[in-house]
Design a protein around this ligand. Structure first.
Ligand SMILES: [Cu+2]
Length: 335
């Protein structure tokens, strides 16, 4: 199995995870000063601690100031070629960022721009309804997948093996278990998650997954592999999908590292976990995959996919992975 294409998983855990450190990692914004503009690496960040890394790329001295929502902070003037940093805690709102040198004459010449600071979004998700384990088996839509496979070039071989014996199959077993988590969408680099899944697989093994940190590394062919994506409730149709997964809407998609336990013993602290709360892809009764485009179905399927950490041996489970669905789940969004 080519692990990079396995979408999500997530599962339960051991004990109460500590609260995530919400302000642990400042968001970084790179600032380039020159005559006569201020350029930011991104137009917005989520609320919290923000670290500006400022470079004077011009030919005369410049400065940098952040102003708005009752705060006004600046760095000392820096020479051409020099850099400095400014770390500030920003509440949601609009901020003016500019060069204050020359009693605002630089600002008036154009050295001014804006930074939008957004509220941190939170979602609480609880798994419910029938719980099923998805076992290795053929992907039921090989014809629909053909054009997708073609586009993957060198990586096609791995995908084709997934079509024959992959993690998206109709080979499912009813099991039991619980899963609940909270996720914070705080931007590309500092999302957080806190949750636990506990379930007993078809072979009688008791698994527990504890989630306390997200993974932010990019993976090819994903709109964004890593971190937390909160869709639907905010952005409308996100159409998040991976190559051999039906098109769906997702209310939340996250990629995390987890602590994984089997029958009470630690398996790994680096399990690669993908979780999605998405529109139903399986029908009632036999839980067969029932649609290639499932975007119109109710968002209530909670998928948890678990793989070993990078360089670690396969999990001691059929196919070397764990894939569990809670079929009637729900999420609640808060500020
Ligand atoms: Cu200036």
């Amino acid at each position: 199995m080519n692990h990079r294409f396995v979408a999500p998983v997530l599962a339960a855990v051991v004990g109460a995870a500590p609260l995530p450190s919400v302000a642990a990692d400042p968001a970084r914004v790179d600032v380039r000063l020159s005559e006569w503009k201020v350029e930011l690496s991104q137009p917005g960040v989520s609320a919290g601690t923000v670290r500006f890394v400022i470079t004077n790329a011009g030919s005369i001295p410049h400065g940098f100031e952040v102003e708005g929502q009752g705060i006004e902070q600046e760095i000392p003037m820096i020479q051409p070629g020099a850099s400095d940093t400014l770390t500030v805690t920003l509440q949601p709102g609009m901020y003016e960022v500019y060069c204050p040198v020359g009693q605002d004459s630089h600002k008036k010449l154009g050295m001014e721009t804006h930074l939008t600071v957004a509220k941190v979004q939170t979602i609480r998700v609880t798994g419910g309804g029938p719980v099923i384990q998805i076992l290795p088996g053929p992907f039921p839509f090989p014809d629909s997948a053909a054009p997708i496979l073609k586009a993957f070039g060198d990586e096609r071989e791995g995908l084709e093996s997934q079509v024959k014996n992959g993690p998206y199959s109709n080979n499912v077993a009813p099991i039991s278990g619980t899963f609940a988590f909270t996720a914070w969408d705080k931007g590309a680099t500092r999302d957080s998650v806190d949750g636990v899944a506990e379930f007993t697989t078809h072979d009688g093994a008791r698994w527990k997954l504890v989630l306390d940190r997200v993974q932010t590394k990019d993976v090819p062919h994903h709109p964004r592999f890593g971190g937390v994506i909160l869709g639907l409730y905010y952005h409308g149709v996100t159409q998040v999908h991976t190559p051999l997964v039906p098109t769906i809407n997702s209310a939340v998609a996250l990629w995390a590292f987890g602590h994984l336990y089997k029958n009470g013993g630690l398996v790994t602290d680096n399990a690669m976990v993908h979780v999605m709360l998405l529109s139903r892809t399986r029908r009632d009764g036999d839980f067969a995959l029932a649609c290639w485009n499932c975007a119109k179905n109710k968002v209530e399927e909670l998928q948890l996919q678990i793989l070993p950490g990078p360089g670690e041996p396969k999990l001691d489970a059929p196919g070397g992975f764990l894939f569990v669905n809670w079929e009637k789940s729900g999420g609640r969004v808060g500020g």
